[in-house]
Design a protein around this ligand. Sequence first.
Ligand SMILES: [Zn+2]
Length: 138
Amino acid sequence: MDQIACPACGKQFQINPSYYGKSFQCQCGQMVNVPNPGMAPPPPPPQPGYAPAPQPGYAAPPPGYGAAPAGPTGTPGIVIAGFIFAFLCPLLGLILCAVGSGEAKRRGAGSGLVTAGIIISILNIIVSFAIFSQGATY
Ligand SMILES: [Zn+2]
């Protein structure tokens, strides 16, 4: 595909890629230098590999990070309050956890805290009833 002309006699030669950057002797005795295509591209084309967007793998933001839902995320505050009240006031903690469980499921977060709050609330209610009933028998 590549051709080169002898500067002395003008004879055209088909250039084998293995001759790039080397020189050979023409039949007229003139040494013909074969330009290396990497060093001096004959007609500089507007190299399409440079101008367009650089490697899409680098520029694109990693999927999954930017796709977070826009609404509030994380454990709902009412669930956290319910978990705290499970220790302080078990009945109120049970109610708050029950109310917050729907919100926790909707957000996909905090349902473990809901379960823990409900269990602790029920345990504390049982314990307080046991203490109360024991105290009542005295
Ligand atoms: Zn020649």
